[in-house]
Design a protein around this ligand. Sequence first.
Ligand code: ZN
Length: 285
Amino acid sequence: MAAVALAVALVFVFEATGADILPGGRSADPAAEQTSADQLIEPPAPEASEAPPEPVVEDWTIPERYSGQVIRRRLRTFEPKLLALTFDDGPDPKVTPRILESLRKHNARATFFVLGSRAARHPELMKEIADQGHAIGSHTATHLKKPSAARAVKELDWTESVIAETTGRRTSIFRPPYGILNNQTTAEAIRRGMAVFLWTISSADTKKIGAEAIASNVINTPNPGDIVLMHDGSGHGDTAVAVEKILSKLSTSGYTFVTLPELLSAWDEKKRVDEAAAEAARLTP
Ligand SMILES: [Zn+2]
């Protein structure tokens, strides 16, 4: 257990964007966000549709101040014990339903950064995720590291349309594959005004360390407002086991599990209060 805690505390090399040390000495780690692109199929060209698109009944709104921003740190002075679990690279028919079941059991909400190529194959899972009150974000269609500008536009267009078609909702949140910020997909997401999320805690669940270690990486480190990186792509059965442990343990320590749009709204509210207090102090002679 001590070795695990030590491993989590190690500062990772930030290959694409330079070292980005987080409060508490932790670091966003792009290597923690791994999926081999060769597992993924090319997206088919979106079909031209005769019918008008389904009306968007509800969206996952983000506060204006976070539009087009990169979020890689938690709010330092944030107090409510909110935690945002996030799952990348799904949906997967074996892993995602198990995670949804644990979330339902613990009355928890989370965020799923889906791959458009996989979402298109599992519309029933997309609908279930959305209907259960979770947020869905874009993780591109095929998880490319360095697509061309034209391909980046297609990757985002296609994923957004798959999300809209399967859930009836529009998303404005994005997580870059491998956590890479300096590429065309992230630039395009920012151009679109999406909120671009890295994470503040990595479960290290791509390292084949087992459910116990994945769970303890999360259970031993959270602060209110943290964003936890996990994966519900193919082969992440250990993550599903770990999620149940994480929810059991942290629920009893008073954490509430929210979506990223909900977390941003709570951050926004806290900032409004702080700004109003600062303004009042400025006006006081
Ligand atoms: Zn990924």
